[in-house]
Each structure stands twice: as structure tokens, then as C-alpha cells.
Design a protein around this ligand. Structure first.
Ligand code: B12
Length: 205
């Protein structure tokens, strides 16, 4: 059987999209394919750390992953039935990175959540307005710059000031988040792994 992780690691777009059908047919559902794609992203990350891949390769890997997940979505959501709940998600103010946010978005949508994606560089006010509008169960904040941690704290403070803090669970993600940062920011959970983030959200609803 085609090795999806290896193909994604090699950035072979066409082969990844072809192999998905094969992996789905062999396993009966799309879950094995998602696991393989995650492994492939780990490989891309390792090659980047080793200096073999560059930023452009990371971006391309993110694009292949988005396409692959798009192809898997109808298969994965077929048995999901009702929506699990809604999530307001965004990359916080000052930060333009969104590859990790988009991976989490895709994975949590597959798990059955409805995601309102604000996009990148989102102010605390933008989060507050969207929370008022759609009344989500969960708020997800993403950021990879060190300064994103300050923006995350400002956003939680704005949510508190608007009197909305008790209505939502807050999860933060992105490379710089830690347990200590999570406590200082006042979020309910943190993770540097999208799959773990999905598990946490599922446990909340
Ligand atoms: C790709 C990249 C870019 C791309 C971004 C493209 C895009 N559309 O996102 C481009 C080239 C545009 C870019 C720009 C810049 N970058 Co940059 N970038 C990176 C790089 C190489 C990878 C980041 C990434 O995508 N990682 C892969 C993803 C999958 O990982 P992740 O984000 O952690 O996400 C995972 C989890 O954390 C989780 N997750 C993420 N979000 C969320 C949210 C929730 C709710 C949950 C549950 C989970 C979750 O799910 C993901 C999958 O498991 C990093 C270096 C590195 N090794 O991290 C530098 C890095 C982040 N960049 C850096 C810098 C400095 C910049 C620039 C300022 C460069 C410049 N001088 O112009 C600008 C920033 C502009 C700005 N204001 O944001 C620095 C940050 C330094 C710092 N400590 O603040 C880094 C660390 C590079 C470095 N070593 O110096 N960058």
C-alpha cells in the first residue's frame, strides 16, 4: 500500500492525493489516512530542522495537507452526524502565521465542530465581537511568535472585560505556548499538537 506519510514528506502532491483513495479503501474510513498525514508533517518538520527543507517547503506541505484534508472531509464527516459545538478560532494580533491554525481547523472540523475562522492578526475586539455574535462553546487562539503570548493575554482579558469568560472554554496553540504561559494568559488549555487539541475540545462538549 502507498506510504502516505512518506509521500507527504517528499512533498509529492499528486501522489499524496492519489494515495488517499487507496488508504481509505484499505481501511474502510479516513482515520488512518489522517494519522499518516500527521506523520508526514512530522517528517517535513524534521527535514526543516535539519536544514534540508526551507520555509517555502513548509508552506507547500501545508497546502498539500489542506488539499488532502479537503478530500478526506466528506468521508470522515459521513458518520459524524450532529455538530459537536462551535469554535471561534484565529491567529492573534501581530502574528501572521496560520499553517498550524489551519491544520487544527481542518482536524477539528473533521471531528464535527463548526469553526468560525477569523483569520490572522486578529485583535482582542475581533474575538469579542465574534463571540457575542455566534456564542461558541470554545475559543481557540493560535500564535507562533513570542509576542503572540502577550496578544493572547490581551484577548483573554478583553473576553473577561466583556463578561463572556464564563461562557467559553479557551484553548491556545502554537509553538511557544507552555503550561506556564497558559496559566499567565488565563486560558483553560494549551497544546503544541493539533490532534491533542481536538481531543481536549471533544472532552469539553
Ligand atoms: C512558516 C513560517 C513563516 C511563514 C508563515 C506562513 C504562514 N502562512 O503561516 C512566513 C514566511 C510568512 C513567516 C513570516 C515571519 N516569521 Co516565521 N516562521 C515560520 C516557521 C518556519 C514555521 C511555522 C510553522 O508553520 N510551523 C508548523 C506548524 C504546523 O506548527 P505550529 O504553528 O506550532 O502548529 C501546530 C501546533 O502548535 C498546533 N496549533 C497551532 N495553532 C493552534 C491553535 C489551537 C487552538 C490549537 C488547539 C492547536 C494549534 O497545531 C499545529 C499542528 O500540530 C517558523 C519556524 C519554526 N520552526 O517554527 C518561523 C518563525 C515562527 N517565524 C519567525 C519570524 C521572526 C517571522 C517574521 C517576523 C520574519 C520576518 N523577519 O519578517 C515573519 C512574521 C510576520 C508576523 N508578524 O507574523 C520566528 C519567530 C521568532 C519568535 N520567537 O517570535 C520563527 C520561530 C523563526 C525563527 N526561528 O526565527 N514565517
Amino acid at each position: 500500500m502507498a506510504n502516505l506519510a512518506e509521500l507527504l514528506g517528499d512533498l509529492d502532491e499528486e501522489a499524496v492525493l492519489e494515495a488517499i483513495d487507496e488508504v481509505v479503501a484499505a481501511n474502510g474510513d479516513g482515520l488512518a489516512a489522517v494519522a499518516e498525514l500527521q506523520k508526514g508533517m512530522d517528517k517535513v518538520g524534521e527535514l526543516f530542522e535539519n536544514g534540508e527543507y526551507f520555509v517555502g517547503d513548509l508552506i507547500f506541505a501545508g497546502e498539500i495537507l489542506t488539499e488532502a484534508i479537503g478530500k478526506l472531509k466528506p468521508i470522515l464527516s459521513a458518520g459524524t452526524g450532529d455538530k459537536m459545538g462551535s469554535i471561534v478560532l484565529g491567529t492573534v494580533h501581530g502574528d501572521l502565521h496560520d499553517i498550524g491554525k489551519n491544520i487544527f481547523k481542518n482536524m477539528v472540523e473533521i471531528a464535527g465542530f463548526e469553526v468560525y475562522d477569523l483569520g490572522i492578526d486578529q485583535s482582542p475586539e475581533a474575538f469579542v465581537e465574534k463571540i457575542k455574535e455566534v456564542k461558541p462553546v470554545i475559543v481557540g487562539m493560535s500564535g507562533v511568535l513570542t509576542l503572540a503570548l502577550d496578544s493572547m493575554k490581551d484577548t483573554v482579558d478583553a473576553i473577561k472585560a466583556a463578561g463572556l469568560r464564563d461562557n467559553v472554554k479557551i484553548i491556545i496553540g502554537g509553538n511557544p505556548v507552555t503550561k506556564e504561559a497558559c496559566e499567565q494568559i488565563g486560558a483553560d488549555a494549551f497544546t503544541t499538537n493539533a490532534a491533542e487539541g481536538v481531543k481536549i475540545c471533544k472532552a469539553w462538549v
